[in-house]
Write a protein that binds this ligand. Structure first.
Ligand code: IMP
Ligand code: MG
Length: 170
């Protein structure tokens, strides 16, 4: 069995808190675009967005996954957005910020395309692994440098459907 790191109830409570913060900050915003990074952020994103009152649009990016032959720090876009970003207030939603390379690439791209503002919401943060600085505006939990699974996070495409976050047993 994998050891539970963040229980289902703790995830639910924290997601509700994050949603309240986001709703408050964007209450007067009329063109909020919430962008998820496939596939890991989907479970978190659905739970979060269902609790928002502010009007919003939804879109997705997919980047090259871990374990590819890509050089560290070089991020490929596998699936681009459907919607235009120019003039939109973008909230980028990620499962976990590790080295920061993925997020840095996406944040720069969104700014380059003319987003009115870009903020980042990440469920998990592994600060000790960071190689490139990315500001996290809404952070669920800071965790130690352990490989985690569940609630969207996978190991070799497995375990995404666990309703809690666990540490992968080697
Ligand atoms: P970064 O570019 O190094 O920040 O990588 C971020 C991506 O790596 C995340 O979106 C995850 O897909 C993956 N990742 C990093 N750490 C973990 C982990 O502990 N479990 C599962 N996936 C992870
Ligand atoms: Mg991911």
């Amino acid at each position: 069995m994998h050891q539970t790191l963040i229980a289902r109830e703790d995830l639910e409570r924290r997601v509700t808190e994050l949603a309240a913060d986001i709703d408050r900050d964007y209450q007067d915003c009329e063109n909020l675009l919430c962008i998820g990074v496939l596939k890991g952020s989907v479970f978190f994103m659905v739970d979060l967005l269902k609790q928002l009152q502010v009007p919003l649009a939804v879109d997705f990016f997919q980047t090259a996954s871990y374990g590819s032959d890509t050089e560290p720090g070089e991020v490929r876009i596998r699936k681009d957005l459907d919607l235009a970003v120019r003039g939109k207030h973008v909230l980028l939603i990620e499962d976990i910020v590790d080295t920061g390379f993925t997020l840095r690439t996406i944040l720069d791209l969104l700014k380059f395309r003319g987003a009115a503002s870009v903020k980042l919401c990440a469920l998990l943060d592994k600060p000790s692994r960071r190689q490139i600085d990315v500001p996290i505006d809404y952070r669920g939990f800071a965790i130690e440098d352990k490989f985690v699974i569940g609630y969207g996070l996978d190991y070799d495409e497995r375990y995404r459907n666990l309703p809690y976050i666990a540490v992968l047993e080697e």
